[in-house]
Design a protein around this ligand. Structure first.
Ligand code: GLU
Length: 267
């Protein structure tokens, strides 16, 4: 089966170094395997979307020499697909309505056997299978997690009516025939949940590669929220230097030239 990789940024701010590393990393894995590399804008969480940031991210990726295959997929236009998947899960008994307000920690299963009297349905939860889910991450090796004890039954449709990231990502990866998921290792802890959903929906499980996260001087994850600087996109010199930093972070040293040539020589 030929490889299909993807990059799936959330448009909540400009591209930063951590997301560039994930973009370049997923591009390299897909292209080295002679595969396709798809682009998906994860704007399912509409309240967090920053207007214009998707366009900004796409322009920055292009500036850094990255070219994707096919049409860009926008999660906000795919509600129908998520509705269908939820209907399938419901028909198979994998989900239930939940009337609890936000809970911290492992969900205690309050609404698992029906809504308690006087509670109204708010969110929809997936019944976490009480079993160890194991997968072999290309960089981390064997990873095992029992979702029932780590997070419990988790939300697939939120109280505000939006579909949860966990469901959207699983539906989209399957619908786009993605065979290889390369992303930051902050998402390693979501993977077992995603595999549980894939199994419930009868989807294949892709190969997983969780890249080390770029951290700031305090050892914390760089995120758009804690003020990671947007990447330079205007000055060619600075673009080239930043791309070299991203490649070096992935263990690849290339001669500085144009972004396109640098990516090609990293293959
Ligand atoms: N949209 C997610 C993010 O930007 C990535 C999801 C994924 O790669 O599975 O963190």
């Amino acid at each position: 089966m030929s490889t299909v990789g993807r990059f799936a940024p959330s448009p909540t701010g400009p591209l930063h170094l951590g997301s560039l590393v994930a973009a370049v990393g997923s591009w390299l894995y897909a292209r080295r395997a002679g595969g396709r590399w798809l682009m998906r804008i994860e704007d399912v969480d509409t309240p967090r979307v920053v207007p214009g940031s998707a366009e900004e991210i796409l322009a920055a990726l292009t500036r850094y020499g990255l070219e994707w295959d096919g049409e860009i997929v926008w999660q906000s236009r795919r509600t129908r697909l998520y509705e269908d998947a939820l209907a399938t899960l419901r028909a198979r008994g994998f989900v239930y309505d939940c009337g609890c307000s936000r809970t911290d920690g492992v969900y205690p299963g309050t609404c698992r056997n029906g809504l308690p009297a006087g509670r109204e349905a708010r969110a929809v939860r997936f019944r976490a299978p009480d079993e160890v889910i194991a997968f072999d991450d290309v960089l981390h090796g064997r990873v095992e997690e029992n979702v029932a004890t780590s997070v419990g039954d988790f939300v697939v449709k939120r109280a505000d009516g939006l579909f949860a990231y966990q469901l959207a990502v699983v539906v989209d990866d399957a619908e786009q025939s993605v065979t290889q998921v390369v992303r930051g290792d902050d998402l390693l802890s979501s993977t077992a949940r995603q595999i549980a959903l894939q199994r419930a929906l009868g989807y294949a499980t892709p190969e997983y590669v969780h890249l080390p996260l770029v951290r700031n001087a305090d050892g914390e994850k760089l995120s758009k929220r804690d003020g990671a600087l947007p990447l330079p996109t205007l000055d060619e010199r600075r673009v080239v230097e930043t791309l070299a930093i991203a490649l070096r972070f992935l263990g690849i040293d290339v001669k500085e030239s144009t972004p396109r040539e640098m990516l090609e020589s990293a293959l």
